[in-house]
Design a protein around this ligand. Structure first.
Ligand SMILES: Cc1cc2nc3c(=O)[nH]c(=O)nc-3n(C[C@H](O)[C@H](O)[C@H](O)COP(=O)(O)OP(=O)(O)OC[C@H]3O[C@@H](n4cnc5c(N)ncnc54)[C@H](O)[C@@H]3O)c2cc1C
Length: 420
């Protein structure tokens, strides 16, 4: 069915990179796309994930990397999780994020458009004990939990009743996953220990240790090999222990068990081993790839449903798959806002084209790595580049001012070490 007037409703699931850029691009001119926009998400803010690791140790404050969707995006917002889509009846099944109450949002398959931009959840590979004992790093609440756990470990380790072994265990911070998220958390933890803990917990700091465990041969394996090698050497200089080709098979409250029979005790475990589909995406009856992502065409359309679109980490292009990154989700969101405007006007949009802008990561001690096509940067210059790129990419002036202020505050006064 071709629609030659704006869609009646545009329903957007999610408030992450993909959805936020779609809504911001639609902006005040959204009436060209739809008479009404309804946004459904269990969080009423956008999170700038590239700087999330910095909030776990207080280099940045939580509020500095989030932005309200109510103030900055058009349409009506419902604080709820979509639990299913009944395509035949035309209804999005929802559960309130506050009281768990359920409700349905009806839609018309012919005159409404639906965008699934729900991202992904952390991959656990079904390893027993991960969900119960590990901490993830996807949302602000995850970062807050990590921060609380770090301080709980430090305060517990200060008690006079502990044995030396127990103290060392509590002060052992372990990260599983050698991609950018795991590497950046280890880097932030190193900075925190090397500067603030030295001053605030002088009796404990010599017992603090950081270990990064990865099943692969190299850290940052999606980056250029020279940058992976640089990161590993840099971590060795910082005394961050790296266990490569090490497979975790079980997690207990205080230790990891490896396939080769070894084990490693920890006080705080952060798990960052890539993406898995969310329960909503798992429940959808549309074609998916082998990792469970929705298959979409070059117009970001899901096959078999007239106006159903998907983008970002929950979807994968049928041909020429692109990385599951913020820049990809952002480009897709911007594209879809423009493509929907054209469709609503009865015109056929051009296919989506991804433009790779390179990859950056912070590796600690004021060093970074930058993989920008032919240019490979590392060290202090790459760190400055990393900071300036993310400062400009932050989505509002408010975020930029707050992040700049936090960086200055951390530089002058150190991180906040109060346990709240
Ligand atoms: C710590 C960390 C650091 C990262 N650093 C980088 C980086 O430096 N560069 C880079 O390019 N990428 C980075 N990424 C990856 C990047 O964040 C993701 O690729 C990007 O956020 C994907 O965008 P998205 O819109 O698909 O999903 P997300 O941004 O994850 O947003 C998903 C949204 O859907 C909502 N949602 C979830 N389930 C439901 C549901 N059932 N119903 C309704 N709404 C739902 C969520 O609340 C959220 O608002 C990082 C990721 C993490 C976790």
């Amino acid at each position: 069915v071709s629609v030659t007037l704006p869609f009646k409703q545009l329903i957007v699931l999610g408030t992450g990179f993909g959805a936020y850029s779609l809504l911001r691009t639609a902006g005040r001119k959204y009436a060209r796309i739809a008479e009404d926009i309804i946004v459904i998400s269990p969080r009423n803010h956008f999170v700038f994930t590239p700087l999330l690791a910095s909030t776990t140790v207080g280099s940045l404050e939580f509020r500095s990397v989030i932005e309200s969707v109510r103030l900055r995006t058009p349409g009506r917002f419902l604080l709820a999780e979509a639990t299913g889509i009944d395509w035949d009846r035309g209804a999005v099944l929802c559960r309130s994020a506050l009281d768990g109450g359920t409700f349905e949002l009806p839609f018309n398959r012919d005159s409404d458009a639906l965008v699934v931009a729900v991202g992904a959840q952390t991959q656990t590979f079904g390893i027993p004990g991960v969900v119960e004992h590990a901490l993830f790093l996807k949302q602000i609440n995850d970062a807050r939990r990590i921060r609380q756990r770090i301080f709980a470990c430090l305060e517990l380790a200060s008690l006079p009743t502990l044995s030396d072994d127990e103290r060392r265990r509590l002060l052992h911070f372990v990260v599983v996953g050698g991609g950018p998220t795991g590497v950046e958390f280890a880097a932030e933890m190193f900075d925190f220990a090397a500067s603030d803990l030295k001053r605030a917990y002088p009796n404990l700091v010599q017992d603090v240790s950081i270990t990064l465990v990865d099943a692969g041969k190299h850290l940052l394996s999606s980056y250029d090999a020279t940058l992976s090698a640089y990161t590993e050497k840099h971590f060795a200089r910082q005394s961050i222990q790296v266990l490569k080709e090490t497979h975790v098979v079980r997690v207990e409250a205080d230790r990891l068990h490896f396939k080769d029979g070894g084990e490693l005790s920890f006080g705080c475990l952060v798990w960052a081993t890539g993406n898995a589909p969310t329960p909503l995406v798992k429940s959808l009856p549309f074609a998916k790839d082998k990792t469970g992502r929705l298959l979409i065409d070059e117009y970001l359309k899901v096959d078999g449903a007239p106006h159903l679109y998907a983008l970002g980490d929950c979807a994968v292009l049928n041909e020429n798959p692109i990385p599951a990154t913020a820049q990809a989700a952002e480009q897709q969101g911007t594209y879809l806002a423009k493509a929907l405007t054209m469709r609503a006007a009865g015109r056929e949009p051009v296919p989506f084209r991804y433009i790779h802008q390179g990859m950056l990561a912070y590796v600690g001690g004021h060093s970074g790595v930058a993989d920008l096509g032919r240019f490979k940067g590392r060290g202090f210059a790459a760190f400055l580049f990393w900071r300036s790129v993310y400062l400009t990419k932050l989505v509002s002036l408010r975020n930029k001012v707050m992040v700049l202020f936090d960086w200055a505050r951390t530089f002058i006064f150190g991180r906040d070490i109060s346990r709240m």
